[in-house]
Design a binder for this molecule. Structure first.
Ligand SMILES: Cc1ncc(C[n+]2csc(CCOP(=O)(O)OP(=O)(O)O)c2C)c(N)n1
Ligand SMILES: [Mg+2]
Length: 602
């Protein structure tokens, strides 16, 4: 007998799904059985990893393959919540199918629970999904595909469907009662700019001699690669956000870095002197503008292109022109507008300034020194990127010092992908993300950069890596715990260190023994053997390797925008270009050419 579960899975197959990351349970048993017959099914050890792997699988997919996550009722879903939140905040589509108790066991009349392990899934995920549905009795294909398409349409986000076990076990039918659809919840996106906006755009472009194009993840990698030559010809500097880190690259002649509260310093300094920021497919959140958003773009105007009107209206930062149109469409029309309204020669000085700022403010700063035998993470990551291959997929963790140092110092090459999840910025994302990327890029190597604290939060997935012999090179930056927490306790609480490392009570494992338990090759990297013959040999092998990168536990992560706590508890932050440690006067004099001296922050 064909069950509804079988039919449901065949609809997913028709919709293009190919892989399923799952963890089985009673409530989802028919769904798991049905999925196993249609998809490449990958069991994971914790549900949060099923969701994160799904997100990164889809994000890094270079063909038409698509994954979904399958979890069971109750704890299966609650374990998945972090991953669903991450996909929501990062605007990535991610389908999560959940089991649920049988219809007659659903709690009603104010009961907290009736069915075994019952939790009301659809209510729990309401604020972090684009669409959600509980299937209590089988519903038809149209309704299911309409809901799933909500997640894939702009602004993208996760979709959750939970299915009562009696519905998934029921006999399939060729006809279902027609139920109401979901209406059109997708914002109405204009495909072209209004005449007034076009006039304003042309006016802003024509006044500008120091434009900067800032690309976020709302722009597709493919479209940027197609247009790069034209922008290069037009001498337009291009920067990217961290979420859209691979939307530009060091091979682009006028690469303007990744400005952010946590650096790159040179990119921040350059950006803040632009007279026109053209921000496309980025929501310009506080990490992008600095907490001190009032001093973001102090001598420049801002055009923001985003299809979510709430992002254009939010007032941090204030913008001069907001265009609610598709970022890719805008990017395609921008070159002709630049050609018509500006002169390439007028940008020569600006381009020279870009070179000067880059040369004066190198990525590895003098403060980045590590005593022997520790490895300096900025230096290591910088060198690693130079020796990486274009088809390596780079997965960076999403919080802590390694997240920061990767985004500050990894040199992304043209065509290379770098993925993280900045929106939730959660520990524990790296390994699960790398697993997702490895399954969707089977002929590539995945380079994972993680902190030891972050890695410890999801280390059970070493089992998934080992079992599937994934070609993931795991670089785990080890500093005995949470260096970033230690650093903030030092700055704000007079060295009152609490729960931030092994000496203050944190329990972290001996990594060699963990690797042995999972049969994974372990190699401890120190200042003597980085880039040794053995290192290169391991890098070339097709097997997973765990590189324990020894770093100085007392290292502080710089440069960063300084904040301080004022009396009364309020926090204040410097402008995004005013980073600690401060620049020498003579350097500031050169690099801040277009900023009045009282803004240099010395
Ligand atoms: C789930 C979660 N809990 C807490 C935090 C707060 N937090 C940010 S960074 C950090 C320490 C991360 O340690 P590690 O990965 O070793 O990086 P390090 O700070 O040592 O560079 C913590 C606890 C977080 N980002 N995510
Ligand atoms: Mg650490």
């Amino acid at each position: 007998m064909e069950r509804y579960a079988d039919q449901f899975m065949s609809w997913l197959k028709d919709l293009g799904f190919t892989h399923c990351f799952f963890l089985a349970g009673g409530g989802s048993m028919h769904l798991v059985d049905a999925a196993s017959k249609k998809f490449v099914c990958i069991p994971v050890v914790h549900e949060v990893s099923a969701v994160i792997a799904t997100e990164y699988f889809n994000e890094s997919s270079q063909n038409d393959s698509k994954a979904f996550a399958l979890v069971t009722t109750g704890p299966g879903l609650t374990n998945a919540i972090t991953g669903i939140s991450g996909a929501w905040l990062e605007s990535r589509d991610c389908l999560i199918i959940g089991g649920q108790v049988k219809r007659q066991d659903l709690a009603t009349n104010g009961l907290r629970q009736k069915g075994i392990q019952e939790v009301d899934g659809t209510s729990l995920v309401e604020s972090i999904t684009k669409g959600r549905m509980r299937i209590e009795t089988p519903v038809g294909r149209d309704l299911v595909s309409e809901l799933i398409s909500l997640g894939e349409s702009p602004r993208r986000g996760p979709v959750f469907i939970e299915i009562c076990i009696d519905a998934s076990a029921a006999a399939a039918s060729s006809e279902y009662e027609v139920k109401d659809g979901f209406g059109t919840k997708t914002p109405c996106i204009k495909s072209s700019i209004s005449d007034d906006d076009l006039k304003r755009l042309r006016h802003l472009l024509s006044k500008s001699t120091r434009p900067l194009l800032l690309l976020g993840s709302g722009v597709s990698r493919k479209v940027v690669l197609e247009l790069e030559n034209i922008f290069e010809h037009l001498k337009i500097p291009i920067a990217s956000t961290w979420s859209g880190a691979d939307r530009t690259n060091v091979d682009y002649k006028y690469f303007a870095g990744r400005p952010n509260t946590y650096g790159m310093r040179w990119a921040n300094v350059f950006q803040q002197q632009s007279d026109l920021l053209i921000a496309v497919g980025t929501r310009l959140n506080l990490q992008q503008t600095g907490f001190n958003f009032e001093e973001f773009m102090p001598v420049g105007q801002i055009i923001q292109v985003d299809l979510d009107s709430a992002e254009l209206e939010k007032e941090n930062p204030g913008i001069d022109l907001g265009l609610q149109i598709d970022a890719n469409e805008f990017l395609k029309m921008l070159p002709s507008e630049l050609e018509k309204n500006t002169k390439v020669e007028d940008r020569s000085e600006w381009i020279n300034h870009l070179e000067l700022v880059k040369n004066e403010l190198p990525i590895i700063e003098s403060i980045h020194v590590s005593p022997e035998p520790f490895v300096n993470p900025y230096f290591f990551i910088h060198e690693l990127s130079k020796s990486s291959r274009i088809d390596d997929v780079v997965v960076s963790c999403s919080s802590g010092g390694t997240f920061t140092s990767t985004h500050q110092s990894f040199q992304i090459k043209r065509g290379q992908q770098l993925i993280s999840n900045k929106g939730l910025a959660s520990m524990g994302y790296g390994l699960a993300g790398a697993i997702g990327a490895a399954f969707s890029n089977t002929s590539s190597r995945v380079l994972l950069l993680e902190g030891d604290g972050g890695f410890a939060q999801n280390l059970q997935e070493l089992g998934t890596v080992a079992r599937n012999a994934l070609n993931i090179k795991m670089f785990v930056v080890c500093n005995d715990g949470y260096a970033s927490i230690r650093s903030s306790q030092k700055s704000y609480f007079n060295d009152n260190y609490v729960g931030c490392d092994i000496s203050t009570g944190l329990g972290l494992p001996k990594w060699l023994e963990i690797c042995n338990a999972y049969d994974i090759e372990h190699f401890k990297l120190d200042s003597k053997n980085i880039f040794s013959e053995r290192f290169h040999e391991l890098m070339e092998s097709a097997n997973p390797v765990f590189f324990e990168v020894s770093t100085d536990p007392n290292m502080l992560y710089f440069p960063k925008v300084a904040s301080k706590i004022l009396e009364g508890g309020k926090m204040t932050s410097a402008a995004i270009h005013d980073m600690t440690p401060k620049l020498a006067n003579d350097v500031a004099g050169k690099v801040f050419k277009y900023l009045p001296q009282d803004m240099w922050g010395l």
